[in-house]
Design a protein around this ligand. Structure first.
Ligand SMILES: [Zn+2]
Length: 426
């Protein structure tokens, strides 16, 4: 099977190279000021070429626990026409009603499961977790949750009339912006903040390798791109949507991704996402450095209030992560059931969702179908585990006095994951 092995390795190289081309082009598109149809076409060409290679690329028939094999299988599934069509409905807000979104999401899960089985994995989550170096044994999600610990119940009485989680969050976020600040926040302030963070972290040497673009865009509150080239020049790009004070914390988070990308070399196959996230949390939740950097730009009192509100936002985010892992487990298991209708599935999951959120957020979650719109679920299924583990690993890293930018943290982070594994096998 030497020929087969060679073909696999060659195909792998081509796929990774096309993926990085597409990412660099996407950065150019996202950070450009106008709708650039040439760039859009170039991205489509790179993605089409990658899809074509993936379609015919045969996975080695051994090593279904191999991370790279699982990663390529994942790309194969995501590149398939049917999955793309359905997923794009969420990604580009093509879905209008919450009800149809929920039904489509269940359909998407079932389809992803079916495609994963064609790649010889038991389910899509099993494949995606393997790609993240996370074991996919049944009951694993619950073991992770036991390890992570239940979120603190948040008293949300003042938001009782808010009908969905996103709006609840927006309400708390608005408080961040309402704390008095002298003058408005300018786009330039985010760039200065990142420079100050690098100074505080003693990583000024990286500043010339990071491109920062602040602009109103629909893609995300913040994204970090790996812009490194094949010839070994490492570069990272941070795209930020300026939405007020919270964007400083988003900037810190994305900086964590950028630091890792510049020091380890990016690429999902090199770095599992939970480790990538742990580095991002390590920077974002690093209050002394964030405080020092913000104080270079703003008044002390305002900065202290922002840090306190940000901590509250982190708790809410943790509720979302925790609830999402719980819910995700149920959604994926439900997707394959043939004994009940899609409508019944939606009702069962909605009920579960209502119960979970009212447990932790003390709020009435009136339109429970909003779960279908959560990007954790529609675009990055299973990725939420990375946030849960990343957040926890970051806390362990901090307690060991690890600083962002050290090469050592991977081992500590790995230990955090191993601690979870030990609990799951017990
Ligand atoms: Zn992140």
């Amino acid at each position: 099977m030497a020929g087969g092995r060679d073909r696999w390795l060659e195909g792998l190289k081509v796929v990774l190279s096309l993926k990085s081309d597409a990412d660099r082009l996407r950065w150019s598109l996202y950070s450009s000021d106008s709708v650039d149809t040439e760039l859009q076409e170039a991205i489509a060409v790179a993605e089409h070429a990658m899809g074509a290679v993936l379609e015919t690329l045969e996975l080695p028939d051994d090593g279904d626990s191999d991370t790279t094999r699982a990663y390529i299988a994942l790309r194969k599934v995501e590149a398939s026409y049917d999955v793309r069509q359905l997923r794009d409905l969420f990604e580009y807000d093509g879905v209008t009603s919450a009800e149809s979104a929920a039904e489509l999401l269940i359909e998407l899960c079932a389809l992803r499961n079916e495609c994963a089985r064609r790649c010889w994995y038991n389910s899509y989550p099993a494949m995606a977790l393997t790609a993240q170096c996370i074991p996919s044994t049944s009951g694993y999600a619950h073991a992770v949750l036991r390890y992570l610990g239940e979120p603190r119940r948040i008293d949300a009485k003042e938001y009782l009339s808010i009908e969905c989680f996103d709006k609840y969050w927006a309400g708390v976020e608005a408080r961040l912006n309402s704390v008095a600040v002298c003058g408005v926040v300018r786009d330039r302030d985010y760039v200065d903040f990142i420079a100050a963070m690098l100074g505080s972290l003693k990583l000024e040497c990286l500043s010339s390798s990071i491109d920062i673009v602040v602009k109103d865009q629909p893609y995300a509150s913040g994204i970090c791109f790996d812009l490194s080239t094949d010839v070994g020049i490492r570069r990272a790009g941070i795209l930020l949507r300026p939405t007020g004070i919270r964007s400083f914390f988003v900037a810190a988070h994305e900086l964590g991704h950028a630091v890792l990308c510049l020091q380890h070399g990016g690429g999902l196959t090199n770095i599992p996402s939970w480790f990538d996230e742990s580095n991002a949390y390590l920077v974002e939740d690093n209050q002394p450095d964030v405080r020092a950097a913000l104080r270079e730009l703003f008044d002390d009192n305002a900065v202290s209030s922002w840090l306190a509100i940000h901590s509250e936002l982190r708790e809410i985010e943790y509720c979302r992560i925790y609830a999402s892992i719980l819910l995700e487990d149920a959604i994926w298991a439900m997707a394959d059931r043939r004994d009940i209708s899609v409508r019944e599935k939606v009702e069962l999951i909605s009920e579960m969702c209502r119960e979970i959120y009212s447990t932790y957020l003390n709020t009435c979650y009136r339109d429970a179908r909003e779960w279908a719109f959560d990007s954790f679920r529609s675009i990055d299924p299973v990725y939420v585990h990375s946030y849960g583990i990343g957040r926890n690993a970051a806390a362990i890293l901090r307690s060991c006095r690890c600083r962002p930018g050290q090469l050592g943290p991977y081992d500590v982070s790995r230990e955090a994951l191993d601690a979870i594994l030990a609990k799951t096998t017990r």
